[in-house]
Design a protein around this ligand. Structure first.
Ligand SMILES: Nc1ncnc2c1ncn2[C@@H]1O[C@H](COP(=O)(O)OP(=O)(O)OP(=O)(O)O)[C@@H](O)[C@H]1O
Ligand SMILES: O=P(O)(O)OC[C@H]1O[C@H](OP(=O)(O)OP(=O)(O)O)[C@H](O)[C@@H]1O
Length: 214
């Protein structure tokens, strides 16, 4: 049995066409089913539903043979030992520093300056500001980062941006781009040695589908 770890929502939805290209159809809809293990049209392949930030953990420790994870999550966690053969080009967005409109970011973030930043990505943010020579007081949040500068919790946020609508709706402006983000296929190395042929077939079919979409 091959186990693929996906998170509900955009990663699940955007992985479906890639699975179809590999001849794999997921037989239940995660939005209506309460099941966490979903059967597929292939007897030897199943999908498990986990939190986006838990995908690398499941794959690293063999709870899943492969999975799909955002580069944001992989970069934040480090994910050593995970084979990452493919940029799937899905769930595209970028990570940015944003501040309330009117905040003097240039002064706060000058070399030697100090800034309070709220983020779900403290490791990435720490490294980003360290490179600029800016001292940063980091506040770890698990969601709704946009609220932090509006309530005085932080001066800036490091968060994901796609359309920019969330920033705009909360009167925040992007002041720096941290990194481009898309989702990667991640594979457990031991599983790849043990089940080389079936895993390679899935990886190759995904690669082909990504190539055709590009
Ligand atoms: N607005 C967006 N547009 C495109 N891709 C996004 C966007 N927001 C997040 N992503 C990408 O999709 C991935 C999954 O995001 P999703 O919102 O489904 O999970 P999450 O709620 O961030 O994760 P968790 O449940 O672990 O907190 C993210 O890790 C990121 O790579
Ligand atoms: O630039 P935008 O298109 O507004 O997207 C950015 C938002 O998307 C992500 O959140 P989340 O996944 O919770 O939001 P979503 O599902 O509504 O995109 C991210 O944390 C931002 O809040």
């Amino acid at each position: 049995m091959i186990t693929l770890a996906l998170s509900k929502g955009r990663i699940f939805d955007e992985t479906l066409p890639l699975l179809a290209a590999a001849g794999i159809e997921v037989l239940e809809d995660p939005e209506t089913s309460r099941k966490l293990i979903l059967p597929t049209s292939r007897d030897d392949v199943r999908v498990i539903l986990v939190r986006a930030s838990d995908v690398p953990t499941y794959v690293t420790y063999g709870g899943a043979d492969l999975g799909v994870a955002g580069l944001d999550v992989l970069a934040e966690q480090g994910a050593p030992g995970l084979y990452q053969p493919l940029d799937l080009g899905i769930a595209r967005c970028h990570m940015a520093v944003a501040v309330p409109a009117g905040f003097d970011y240039a002064s706060a973030a000058r070399a030697g300056g100090r800034i309070t930043v709220a983020t779900k990505y403290p490791a990435i943010a720490r490294e980003f500001f360290a490179r600029k020579g800016v001292h940063v007081d980091l506040i770890k949040l698990y969601g709704s980062m946009e609220l932090a500068p509006l309530t005085g919790l932080a001066q800036a946020i490091v968060d994901l941006v796609s359309s920019g609508q969330t920033l705009k709706a909360n009167r925040l402006v992007e002041v720096e781009r941290v990194m481009d983000v898309s989702s990667r296929l991640v594979v457990n190395q031991a599983a790849l040695k043990l089940h080389t042929a079936p895993l390679r077939r899935i990886i190759d079919a995904f690669a082909q589908a990504v190539h055709e979409q590009a």
